[in-house]
Design a protein around this ligand. Structure first.
Ligand SMILES: O=c1[nH]c(=O)c2[nH]c(=O)[nH]c2[nH]1
Length: 301
């Protein structure tokens, strides 16, 4: 019997890196969850316990914190690229590095109508994400950036229908021409370049996703996702593909007739689970190859 180690990667998951910029009395905060994973031939560690090629996960964690100071965090994409390139360029056995980052948003506390300099309240908004992979082989070095967001919770109270669907003996769903549509969107977009205004791209993509959700008169969540994705690819030439994942957060009309009450689309029960899970990947023809851009670390982004 021959058994082989066919794949491996190792790193430090979920380092909570908080960087305060305090060059002026008005401080800034950047609050991250950083996962690193190194790829290469680390088989000696697995097969015989030889650590000579292993950069400890503790060191990877330290590097994430040191880079928050040494390099700074202009954006999570730029910081991720710097970290990934460091591991590939400066640590001998590393053939590829994957950095996955979540960024938590904070809003300034407002006191007497004035934004406070050094106090924030955690914003309930979406989490910004980045997954950076730098890979190196005989052909050279390539960097992949998948930017994104998750937990973007949106709801529209009309402008959504669902009817004309296939039925079989198990179908009970009623057709509707007016329903609540809500989701907690996950979007990931793969850039075809690393020379990007990361913050502007993030803000632009998010605005388009929200605009399309609001303005498309939806015949299904599937159709809404197609409109969201194509609008993003039309607006941003340097986005190669976008992946959208949308749990259908069902809002069921409550039957108030036992109480002699009408309910014309006013009182709903927000169901927790199960939920429909609608997913789509929309890609630009002729976009650069994805390489290992989508290979996860098993982490969080
Ligand atoms: O937008 C929807 N898409 C579906 O595929 C589906 N299936 C379902 O039961 N409700 C919905 N809604």
């Amino acid at each position: 019997m021959t058994l082989r180690l066919t794949d491996s990667q190792y790193g430090k998951a979920e380092s909570r890196v908080v960087r305060i910029t305090r060059d002026t009395p008005r401080h800034e905060i950047t609050d991250l969850n950083v996962t690193t994973a190194l790829r290469g031939d680390f088989s000696a560690a697995y097969l015989v316990g030889d650590q000579s090629d292993v950069l400890p996960t503790d060191t990877q964690k330290n590097t994430a914190f040191a880079y928050a100071k040494e390099v700074g965090i202009s954006s999570i994409e730029a910081y991720g690229l710097a970290l990934a390139r460091h591991f590939v360029d400066d640590v001998g056995p590393v053939q590829a590095a994957r950095i996955e980052i979540e960024q938590y948003a904070w809003d300034r506390v407002v006191v007497d109508g004035v934004e406070h300099d050094h106090t924030w309240v955690r914003s309930g908004a979406e989490v910004r994400t980045a997954a950076v992979t730098v890979e190196s082989d005989e052909a050279g070095q390539r960097a992949h950036v998948v930017a994104g967001l998750k937990d973007l919770v949106v709801l529209k109270s009309t402008g959504s229908e669902f009817h004309g669907f296939l039925t079989d003996p198990y179908t009970t769903l009623q057709e509707t021409t007016d329903r609540v549509m809500a989701t907690s969107l996950v979007a990931q977009w793969r850039m075809s370049s690393t020379d990007v205004d990361w913050d502007a791209t993030y803000a632009g993509v998010k605005a388009i996703l929200l605009r399309e959700f609001a303005t498309v008169h939806s015949l299904a969540l599937q159709q809404t996702l197609w409109h969201m994705g194509t609008a993003v690819l039309e607006a941003f030439e340097d986005i190669a593909e976008i992946r959208l994942t949308a749990p259908n957060k069902h809002h069921f009309l409550v039957d108030l007739s036992p109480f002699g009450l009408e309910n014309p689309g006013e009182v709903f029960i927000a169901a927790d689970r199960p939920y429909g899970l609608i997913e789509a990947t929309i890609a630009r023809d002729g976009a650069p190859d994805a390489g290992s851009a989508w290979r996860p670390s098993g982490g969080v982004a």
